[in-house]
Design a protein around this ligand. Structure first.
Ligand SMILES: [Zn+2]
Length: 442
């Protein structure tokens, strides 16, 4: 019989962020078989762990979940800052179309390194040419995520990314799905309804419903794209999707900046997982986040990939707080229009909703054991009168000391345990020598 007091990893003297965003101290957290087995008073703890981590001067919190990133744009970092919109057609997609298998593998390895080192434990990728290669890397790294092939049949799309036909696009998604196992699951992606044929949109959504796989598509990201869609289809995108009745699968919708009241009601009714990407969205507009939250829409945060200011969700929380205050709070003297607790929920529970992983995003008995430890003794974090506020105001990914996914340590004392960072750097340098275009994409 299994020893009921045995656990894989025991977090002693633990202080942690509870699901309601209050702090709980003096606990021991036992992890077993990928889950939080128990949380007990430290003084009464009888658990024995194969490994033990002491929590003095740390705050354990749920791992952050990046609800929207592009692994295939990892090597575009620094390229987009001063670009005029709309960048994705002009810069990002042509860049991605030239990636080969090796540059794709290194993109994923670099993204995994960056995510783990800044406290991200789960992600939803928007899709690329080689999701199977990404899967091999992310599985080795131990991260949790959803992967996809980005489907697009628009003539502007370079041939290596363009779906040769609608059935071929669906077949490709299904092949990708059957290659994913463990912590990596599929999501069926369409670039954006504006940029693809109605036939492709219908086919991908229908396949998602048939296969029990969620769908993901960039939604209402640019005002001009919404107008273009209305000109073509006669209605705003979410209104059209619902009226056409082709949309039954659960949906993750990155951006959602330009929404009508009717669309907000649809999002609430269908529990669409909205993902705002604050730094990326600053070049486009300000989403109606308070209205969405008020309507009961699950809202998460994403980075939109490393090329949009990096993968650090702490920075996205802080930026979003500033954007919300300036645009929604100041005019009505509502200084708590976007409280720290709400932002932390968005980066944890909201991201987990976008990832569609039940129970993820909180620390409680039975939850998946995806946790990070923030070093709260750092001079910029201690002392504080309100640590929850300070996490949003002053913490960054660099303050994350340990990272655990599915009960397994991926980073300990800031040392990456599942990715060989030196090897990845060496190989990336060699790759840049062989393919210099990767470093200076025009
Ligand atoms: Zn995106």
């Amino acid at each position: 019989m299994a020893d009921s007091l045995h656990c894989d990893l025991l977090l002693t003297n633990a202080r942690y962020l509870a699901p309601d965003m209050t702090l709980v101290s003096g606990k021991a957290i036992a992890l077993r078989e990928g889950r939080v087995l128990d949380i007990v008073d430290q003084a009464q703890c009888a658990y024995r762990g194969d490994a033990v981590l002491d929590g003095r001067d740390l705050l354990w919190m749920p791992g952050l979940v990046d609800g929207h990133l592009h692994t295939s744009q990892q090597l575009l970092r620094g390229r987009l800052l001063d670009e005029k919109p709309v960048i994705w057609k002009r810069v990002n997609v042509p860049f991605e179309s030239r990636l080969d298998e090796e540059s794709s593998r290194l993109s994923a390895e670099l993204a995994a390194m960056e995510m783990i080192s800044c406290g991200t434990t789960g992600f939803v990728d928007a899709g690329g040419k080689y999701p199977e290669i990404y899967a091999g890397v992310y599985e080795q790294a131990g991260l949790r995520g959803r992967l996809s092939v980005m489907t697009n049949d628009n003539p502007f799309c370079p041939e290596s990314l363009r779906a040769p036909s609608v059935p071929a696009a669906v077949e490709r998604l299904r092949a990708m799905r059957s290659a994913l196992t463990g912590l990596l699951k599929p999501i069926y992606s369409v670039t954006t309804p504006t940029a693809v044929s109605e036939e492709l949109l219908r086919a991908v959504f229908q396949a998602a419903e048939e296969d029990g796989v969620p769908v993901e598509t960039h939604m209402n990201e640019y005002a001009g794209e919404v107008t273009e869609f209305i000109e073509r289809c006669g209605e705003r995108p979410f209104v059209w999707l619902e009226r056409e009745g082709l949309w039954e699968a659960p949906m993750t919708a990155p951006h959602c900046i330009f929404l009508s009241q009717e669309e907000i009601e649809i999002l609430a009714r269908r529990q669409v997982r909205v993902v705002h990407c604050p730094f990326s969205n600053c070049g486009k507009g300000v989403p109606p986040a308070p209205q969405l939250l008020h309507a009961g829409v699950p809202v998460g945060l994403g980075t939109d990939g490393s090329a949009h200011g990096g993968l650090d969700l702490f920075r996205e929380m802080r930026l979003f707080r500033g954007v919300m205050n300036v645009t929604r709070g100041v005019g009505t003297a509502d200084s708590s229009v976007m409280p720290a607790e709400t932002l932390l929920k968005m980066a944890t529970q909201g991201g987990a909703a976008a990832l569609m992983e039940p129970g993820l995003g909180v620390i409680e008995r039975g939850a998946p054991a995806d946790l990070i430890a923030v070093d709260t003794a750092a001079p910029h974090l201690w002392p504080t009168q309100n640590l929850v506020h300070t996490l949003v105001e002053s913490a960054s990914g660099a303050d994350v000391r340990h990272s655990i996914v599915n009960g397994k340590l991926l980073m300990k004392d800031r040392e990456l345990l599942t990715v060989d960072a030196d090897r990845v750097r060496r190989e990336a340098e060699r790759l840049f020598e062989r393919q210099p275009w990767l470093r200076s994409w025009k």
